[in-house]
Design a protein around this ligand. Structure first.
Ligand code: C5P
Length: 222
């Protein structure tokens, strides 16, 4: 049985990481959250006072930045130069600035290379925005996961409530729309469905159903 590459792309808060993690677990594959890599880069730039649109300075910063993941439940840990940034990279300050950093060509180049390295042996489920189009164009399975803006904001709202974060639903909808717009309209590797990706709309699917749909696609590919 071959160890496949599975690419899961789509807009913000479509449930990519939740289902990607479950699919990886069922297949005993590695899960790689590429959004966390862009978030970690944004975190370090803010720490160091590097301008978030300074392509050259960000590229230089990444040359020596150590980025690693450590398995953990319920969420894997993310480390930047030895510091645990798992919680920090999910804060609104990062979420609302990450699209600027991720639009810089030198950032995309550096992180894309790291992602290709991580995926090189196969046996991987990778989620992001450009995995099927740019990072792993030869992935055996490509999924483009979407859901309505309202449904995505509602999911984020419920998640936030559980964490004691109190952002109004309308504000979450506006933030999601803004991030989708920026991610879809950047010059380098914009968010777009790969021609050979399968579109999966999860607006009316729960996590288990979405996971099952992807597992069916995987089984049909083997
Ligand atoms: O998936 P997540 O919401 O954590 O991604 C955070 C941000 O990282 C996205 O809004 C996007 O700007 C960027 N990103 C990207 N390419 C990827 C993954 C994430 O540009 N493959």
């Amino acid at each position: 049985q071959t160890k496949m590459q599975i690419a899961i792309d789509g807009p913000a808060s479509a449930g990519k990481s939740t289902v990607a993690k479950l699919v990886a677990k069922k297949l005993n594959y590695i899960y790689c959250d590429t959004g966390a890599m862009y978030r970690a880069t944004t975190w370090k730039a803010l720490q160091m006072g590097v301008s978030l649109d300074d392509d050259q300075a960000l590229g230089k910063m990444l040359e020596t930045m150590e980025l690693s993941f450590k398995p953990n439940e319920p969420e894997q840990l993310v480390f930047v130069d030895g510091t645990d940034v798992t919680t920090a990279i999910r804060l609104p300050e990062i979420t609302n600035n990450v699209s600027l950093v991720s639009a810089q060509p030198s950032v995309r180049k550096n992180l894309t290379e790291r992602q290709q390295q991580i995926a090189s042996e196969g046996g991987i489920v990778m989620d992001g925005r450009d995995i099927g189009t740019t990072v792993l164009p030869n992935a055996q399975v490509k999924i483009f996961l979407v859901a309505s803006v309202h449904e995505r904001a509602l999911r984020r709202f419920k998640e936030n409530q559980a964490k004691g974060i109190d952002t109004p639903l309308a504000k979450l909808e506006a933030e999601i729309k803004a991030r989708d717009y920026k991610d879809s309209h950047r010059e380098v590797s914009p968010l777009i469905k790969a021609d050979d990706a399968i579109l999966l709309d999860t607006t009316s699917l729960d996590i288990a159903q979405a996971t099952d749909e992807i597992m069916k696609i995987v089984k049909n590919t083997e």
